[in-house]
Design a protein around this ligand. Structure first.
Ligand code: ARG
Ligand code: ZN
Length: 869
């Protein structure tokens, strides 16, 4: 994209259609880790509306070996390559540009473009990695068809995969072989992929609803293949679900998935060849937790579902990123909700939103779901683009209902198939299908910040009139001081004194139907006439509106509602509110603690309740969620109060905890069934609470020694380590040795060490960084050690001596030249620094200032600038 304004930003408003189209890209790779030669033939046509433009192609750090047009070698005066961009002059009409370049996968520590991971050669191209492989108009609205030939030494690289369908393969006689792949679908370069190496697979044949025979393969290094079975099943479930729920079928003869130990992000939806971080593929009960299994299923689904929301319909430009990411997160969460528990999935998503996305939306890095400009697109793969983007789709779904939403999706896919679309195209399709004016709804994409909905109630005893005054406001964010009201679908229920739902509809100055009011103004008023007594309202069932809701409940009312509410999500949420009140409330903290304890006692005693749901209720709001609710964050005070409350609650519940822990033992042994996972979830929650009361940690030690699943072992180990129980060190050593050759399980214990809730965990992290366990080039390891310290260990990261900030800052500087995206992610841990109480605020500023002038990557520099702005 052209950075035309000289301010270092790319602007949405500057979008221009490409001056040249590429109809077919033919690539030939001579694969070798040290030096790979890429021969490319691009079939080019000028855009009829922009004749006479020079051809401009992206190419980052390529060694140009030869260049020709229509078979004629190009004289030096006809082209310029400045290391970033290749400009060719004097082209007119359709032509074929052929280039040969040399690249060096082995030296590629950024893991963008073509890189080596162990014995594999792999690619990651989104967003702008393809230009590190060969010259191309590396923008999503240029969508050639592809023909890819891979040649390599057969012994080192027995398997050669690329996008699309396999066309041919042959032995080249000199120890090398070649494979030809063809991707017949118009596909932008960011979805290009190859994978080569000693891969083996698990495989399944199936026939799509349209009658296409498809082979699904999940590939990994040989020793990991037994752990690919679960992911393979997940691919099939995702494929079937998309057929059923969205009417979308798979469109190639093969669907390949590859697991990679070195991968910057979670996974990538390359056309027909998804490449994954191994942590989202490899699983068995001995090495993966129940949470890992569910995460694998959801990420596998996410990437599979991109085949329609992202690949068949792609993006016009990177400003539209949420058009594929928000939509695909919406789709994958619906997938998980349909397959498992809808309420539990919603709880999981809302926890993430409140703990992380709300903080992002309120911090120095806040940005709209569709930003107006960016400096480095890699910095926009954020919770806001993904999670808030998905919430906006959910708002639309709530507004129009499932059936109309599906009609809108059908229309969107039909009208944009094979094209590069915009959010307007998406909103248009839904406006057409629903017959609604969605222009107000569209504001969600332009405005940053989490809206607050504040509701005041008034009951007139004499008339029985009950009035709810509903105000919405969105706080200022960087670059956006003033906000407009949004379209917010707010659910509500009124309960009468007997606990029955009041079904009468209110008088309202906004559309109201079935317990849902559509807010669109700064204030709305709902009024019920002649009620027999003062009702008790409940709001935002299922968290349909992604907002912060304020209503001044008394503790008794919260407690009563927590029993009355029909909506499971809200029952959980009311318990969270009681906990927040117990932790942050002034006058009623003690009352809230008592009410919370009673509510938990009821839940623990309720044999009919889903144990996993009870476990979610026992998991109080985490540090990040609480920090989001206060104006200034006193880290040690907040963590201390939370620990105290947990101790007190554990004491109150000790017998019930013990009894549930024991009674669920048999159910917890039943493999991967939902019931068994649910039993393990509650048992583990009970174990964590019980360990607080037992300095010897006998139960945790016994659970650890009993072996069992990774879910049981890792929680037992966490209890031993985090409560510093006797024998913790020997348990850790045993665990470490048992899994020493497995990097994913190693990441787990490293994560436990890095998150021990104690300031001294920082010293343990330093110790590990000086050991052979420290692998700075491996993104998972960096996240396990430094990422978990920065994001999940408030006491160590915010240590009073400033050492946590210094360690993270120095790692940002050290990793910036190695893998700028990984380094930049770490910097994100400072996003809320202005709200930290002193001395932390000053120490954080100091740590950030110390980085000025030390970061070379656009990723790091962009974030640092916004953090200090
Ligand atoms: N499209 C991928 C996914 O959401 C993520 C790619 C992230 N790439 C990046 N450079 N940040 O599944
Ligand atoms: Zn995605």
């Amino acid at each position: 994209m052209i950075q035309s304004r000289g301010d270092g930003h790319v602007h949405l408003a500057d979008y221009r259609a490409p001056a040249w189209r590429v109809s077919l890209a033919e690539l030939e790779f001579e694969l070798d880790p040290a030096a790979t030669v890429v021969a490319a033939r691009l079939h080019l046509s000028p855009d009829a509306d922009q004749p006479g433009q020079p051809l401009e192609l992206d190419g980052e750090g390529l060694e140009l070996l030869s260049i020709s047009v229509d078979g004629q070698s190009l004289p030096a005066g006809r082209f310029v390559y400045d290391g970033h961009r290749l400009t060719v002059h004097g082209l007119s009409g359709d032509c074929e540009l052929a280039t040969r370049v040399r690249i060096h996968p082995e030296n590629n520590t950024r893991l963008e473009g073509l890189y080596r991971s162990g014995s594999l050669l792999l690619t990651q191209c989104e967003a702008q990695g393809f230009r590190r492989i060969t010259f191309m108009a590396d923008r999503p609205d240029v969508m050639p068809r592809w023909r890819i030939v891979l040649r390599a030494n057969r012994e080192a690289f027995p398997v050669l995969l690329a996008n699309g369908n396999p066309l041919a393969s042959q032995d080249l006689g000199d120890g090398r072989h070649e494979a030809t792949w063809e991707n017949p679908h118009p596909t932008p370069a960011y979805l290009f992929a190859i994978a080569a190496g000693p891969l083996e697979r698990v495989s399944r044949q199936l026939r799509t609803a349209e009658g296409r025979d498809v082979e699904i393969n999940v590939w990994a290094e040989p020793s990991d293949v037994p752990r690919c079975q679960y992911a393979l099943g997940a691919v099939e479930r995702a494929l079937r679900w998309d057929e059923k729920r969205f009417g979308r079928c798979y469109d190639l003869d093969v669907f390949n998935v590859v697991a990679a130990q070195d991968f910057t992000m979670g996974a990538m939806e390359n056309k027909g060849l998804n490449i994954f971080n191994a942590r989202y593929i490899l699983a068995d009960e001995a090495t993966a937790t129940d949470a890992d299994f569910l995460a694998i299923e959801s990420v596998v689904a996410h990437e599979y579902l991109h085949n329609w929301s992202g690949n068949r319909v792609t993006l016009r430009d990177w400003f539209q990123l949420s058009l594929k990411e928000g939509l695909t997160v919406f789709r994958d969460t619906e997938f998980s909700a349909d397959l498992h528990s809808r309420a539990l999935k919603r709880i999981e998503v809302v926890r993430l939103l409140r703990a992380r996305q709300f903080a992002e939306d309120a911090g120095a890095l806040a940005h709209p779901v569709r930003p107006a400009r960016y400096k480095e697109i890699s910095n926009f793969y954020t919770l806001t683009i993904y999670e808030k983007g998905a919430e906006i789709i959910r708002v639309l779904h709530t507004l129009v209902g499932e059936e109309t939403f599906r009609a809108g999706m059908d229309r969107y896919f039909a009208e944009n198939d094979g094209k590069a679309a915009t959010l307007e195209d998406f909103i248009d399709a839904h406006a057409q299908a629903s017959g609604r004016d969605l222009s107000g709804f569209a504001r969600w994409y332009a405005q940053a910040g989490t809206p607050t909905v504040s509701i005041a109630a008034d009951f007139d005893e004499a008339s029985g009139d009950y009035t709810l005054t509903i105000d919405q406001a969105t706080p200022p964010t960087p670059g956006q001081p003033d906000k407009q009201p949004l379209v917010i679908p707010l659910r509500y229920v009124l309960y009468d004194a007997q606990g029955a739902v009041i079904s009468a509809a209110p008088e309202a100055d906004a559309p109201v139907r079935d317990g849902l009011v559509e807010l669109s103004q700064a204030r709305h008023v709902l009024r019920w006439r002649g009620l027999r007594g003062k009702p008790l309202p409940a709001f935002n069932q299922g968290f349909a509106a992604p907002v912060k809701l304020q209503f001044d409940y008394g503790v008794d009312e919260l407690a009563r509602l927590a029993r009355l509410e029909r909506d499971a999500f809200n029952r959980w949420d009311l318990i969270q509110q009681l906990a927040s009140e117990a932790l942050l409330g002034d006058a009623d903290a003690e009352a809230a603690t008592g009410a919370l304890s009673d509510a938990l006692a009821d839940l623990l005693a309720d044999a009919g309740a889903d144990p996993a749901f009870v476990a979610e209720c026992l998991a109080l709001p985490d540090f990040d969620t609480l920090a989001e609710q206060v104006a200034e964050v006193d880290v040690q005070g907040l963590v201390g109060r939370r620990e105290e409350l947990l101790d007190r609650l554990a004491e109150d519940q000790v017998e019930r905890l013990q009894s549930r822990y024991e009674s669920l033992a048999a159910a917890a042994r039943e493999g991967l069934s939902g019931q068994a996972m649910s039993a393990r979830a509650l048992r583990n929650a009970c174990l964590s609470w019980l360990t607080r009361l037992d300095p010897e940690a006998r139960l945790a030690r016994a659970q650890f020694d009993a072996g069992g699943t990774m879910t049981e072992r890792i929680v037992a180990l966490r209890c031993l380590l985090h409560f510093r129980a006797p024998g913790a060190e020997s348990a850790l050593a045993a665990f470490r040795e048992a899994h020493a050759t497995d990097p994913l399980v190693t990441d787990k214990w490293i994560g436990l060490v890095a998150t021990r809730p104690h300031p001294e965990a920082l010293d343990d992290v330093r110790g590990l960084m000086a050991s052979t366990w420290w692998k700075p080039a491996n993104p998972n390891r960096v996240r396990a050690l430094v990422g978990s310290l920065a994001r999940s260990n408030p006491l160590a990261f915010h240590r009073r001596d400033g050492g946590g900030y210094q360690l993270v800052a120095s790692q940002v500087a050290a990793l910036d030249p190695v893998n700028p995206q990984v380094a930049a992610r770490l910097l994100g841990a400072f996003e809320s620094w202005r709200r930290w109480a002193s001395p932390q605020r000053d120490q954080a500023r100091e740590a950030l200032v110390s980085l000025q002038g030390r970061l070379q990557s656009p990723d790091g520099r962009d974030l640092l600038e916004r953090l200090l702005d």
